[in-house]
Design a protein around this ligand. Sequence first.
Ligand code: E4P
Length: 231
Amino acid sequence: MKFFLDTANLEEIRQGVSLGVIDGVTTNPTLVAKEKRPFREHILEICNIVKDGVVNTEVVATDTAGILREAREITTWHPNIVVKIPMIPDGVRALSVLAKEGVRVNITLVFSSPQALIVAKAGAYFVSPFLGRLDDISSDGLTLLREIMDIYRAYNYSTQVLAASLRHPLHVVAAARMGAHIATMPYKVFDQLFKHPLTDRGLAGFLKDWEKARETLGDVFEPASARSPRR
Ligand code: E4P
């Protein structure tokens, strides 16, 4: 499973990338607006940080001609950009054109299986079902994800499923168990994936026991400068 960070915050992206398990970034107009910087410059900085990873960058036009114009412009910025287009009829119309041109498109704001079916037929590179936002309205995001996985497998669609709007580690685990290709998550959720109280307790115990026996263990882990000279 690939992990994307769902943020436009450079510090969060740097932190995540330094851990070596981040495969890309998703942004949206809300996330980019929070950073209050020129759009193109900011996206290019994200591209430089994630290096080989993809950077999902969203259009703001809502008519086919405008979406096509913005998508074609955005893709000239960097080879690792995937264009995000909303799941509206004009968006799907633009997707059909762009897919034939070889442009990688992520269809976003997907909330139903029929929507996911349509975008796979039209040639989307990624489909982004929003799990958390469905849960927020007392619907079930994971049920939607399961349906999409079943449908895509039944027809062998090449569109990759990008589980989005993830709110907690259980969403990530459930998406992984279903075989979703990618999970995109806020930095806070990514950070939670690392944590377990038994890891912290276990490590504290190991270090305490090590310190107690310090005298007898030798100085193999001391920095070279602090070691006594070899005889
Ligand atoms: C995905 O590409 C979206 O940016 C994102 O997952 C939306 O998540 P939210 O519902 O937490 O805003």
